[in-house]
Design a protein around this ligand. Structure first.
Ligand SMILES: C[S@@+](CC[C@H](N)C(=O)[O-])C[C@H]1O[C@@H](n2cnc3c(N)ncnc32)[C@H](O)[C@@H]1O
Length: 185
């Protein structure tokens, strides 16, 4: 069940996300699978011909994800790894069309870009969930969103939308961006 309180992707769609780059046949690299609520929605959208590589670092959470979601869906490939070490993902083959990142870390943007440089195809999309309080608890969230957006642009992406997820997720935003050139940083 899509629920904007349980899934930030659902919240973003309700708040006006357009041109969702996740649809039938697409390949997605998903960082921060947790127990798999949003991964299950992504899996539904991709259908049998798509695939989602889902990375989760915390062992207990990853176990629940494996048992409840990944083992029941053929288009979900679980990867129990630290997203800071994308070179360790053994099961990702070729490039992906979309990198989706929701890991609530201070360096989440840098981690997302590291994964994009290694796995995202040219013209591919980045969907980045920014949790302002994880980056700077004292700074105005709008300023944090702007600064993270600037990092993405500096790396060769064009921002299509920046959507605040309040009231479903306080001080969170989703940035939707397209890779227009080879990221350099
Ligand atoms: C906010 S939750 C994700 C919720 C999930 N995306 C959803 O919508 O259902 C963040 C998750 O990222 C994971 N995480 C944090 N840092 C990570 C890292 N460096 N590598 C992989 N997973 C990480 C956490 O263990 C946690 O499960």
């Amino acid at each position: 069940m899509w629920d904007p309180v349980r899934s930030k992707l659902a919240a973003a769609l309700l708040k006006g996300l357009k041109d969702l780059p996740i649809y039938e046949g697409v390949k997605v690299l998903y960082l921060g699978a947790s127990t798999g609520t949003t991964v299950s929605h992504v899996s539904d959208l991709l259908g049998e011909s798509g695939i989602v590589f889902a990375v989760e670092m915390a062992p207990r959470v990853a176990r629940e994800f494996l048992e409840q979601v990944a083992s029941k869906r053929l288009n979900v490939i679980p990867i129990v790894e630290d997203a800071r070490r994308p070179e360790r993902y053994r099961s990702v083959f070729g490039k992906v069309d979309v990198v989706y990142c929701d890991i609530a870390q201070p360096d989440q943007t840098e981690i997302a870009l590291l994964n994009c440089r290694r796995y995202l195809s040219g013209g591919g999309s980045l969907l980045l969930i920014v949790k302002a309080r994880s980056i700077d608890a004292l700074k105005d969230p709008d300023r944090v969103f702007k600064e993270e957006g600037e990092k993405i642009e500096a790396a060769g992406f064009k921002i299509k939308q920046l959507i605040r997820l309040d009231p479903f997720d306080k001080d969170h935003a989703l940035i939707s961006a397209v890779w227009t050139e080879q990221p350099t940083s």
